[in-house]
Design a protein around this ligand. Structure first.
Ligand code: ADP
Ligand code: MG
Length: 213
């Protein structure tokens, strides 16, 4: 496929922001069961701010790293909930992963996926099985990297990531939370999908649509 440009990334952020607006109430509802019911608002505000700030950049005067760093800062400033620093770190790591590139090819898009997931894990220190967004991001990143190492086309790598994220999201239903706000519920968190894993899967589905375009 052709290289991904600054304008493509600006459009991608807008697409994710739109999706989060549409999913806001459902995400708040999930968070209402095992958290404080604000996750949909956090994700909507975060991606709206990221899309707006990135969209104001002049494509001829910036590069993908500039777009992703701007998105990181805007997301962090807009979101007071714990998802704020987690996604801000993800974007910052993605920015660093493609530093110096004017546009992004398949390898850079594989690097970006790995960097997003690693940023979230490094920042929140959650492991798989603790009922967080890491339960979607980590297996998705593994599946993406594995498909990449097998030399499969980028769209297939991102499809594999999405399938793994969906599976990971669904698996959070059977987990007891041990990180984040819902950890205080103990066993009462059982039987419910983690809102952060649900929103992560939405982000990843936007990414996979984006690379297939
Ligand atoms: P808050 O819990 O501050 O209200 P949000 O509602 O925006 O923040 O986000 C809640 C989600 O954040 C959880 O569903 C979980 O997926 C994720 N989360 C919480 N703590 C961590 C962590 N340490 N690492 C990764 N994800 C986390
Ligand atoms: Mg919350």
């Amino acid at each position: 496929m052709s290289e991904i440009t600054v304008s493509d990334l600006q459009r991608l952020l807008q697409t994710i922001a739109k999706r989060m607006l549409a999913e806001r109430d459902d995400l708040c509802q999930l968070d209402g069961v095992i958290g404080d019911a604000d996750h949909g608002i956090a994700m909507e505000l975060g991606f709206a701010a990221a899309a707006k700030a990135a969209g104001e950049l002049d494509p001829s005067a910036t590069d993908p790293t500039g777009v992703l760093n701007t998105a990181a800062k805007a997301f962090l400033n807009a979101v007071g909930a714990s998802s704020g620093p987690l996604y801000a770190t993800a974007f910052m790591r993605a920015a660093a992963a493609v530093k110096g590139k004017a546009s992004l090819g398949d390898q850079e898009m594989l690097d970006i996926f790995a960097a997003l997931a690693k940023g979230i894990q490094d920042r929140g220190k959650a492991e798989v099985g603790e009922k967080t967004m890491v339960d979607a991001w980590a297996p998705a990143a593994d599946a993406c990297a594995q498909a990449g190492a097998e030399g499969r086309p980028l769209a297939e790598c991102y499809d594999a990531a999405l399938a793994a994220a969906e599976k990971g999201r669904d698996a959070t239903r059977e987990m007891v939370a041990s990180k984040g706000r819902s950890a205080r519920l103990g066993d009462r968190s059982l039987g419910h999908i983690d809102p952060g894993a649900a929103s992560a899967t939405i982000v990843i589905s936007c990414l996979s649509d984006f690379v297939r375009r």
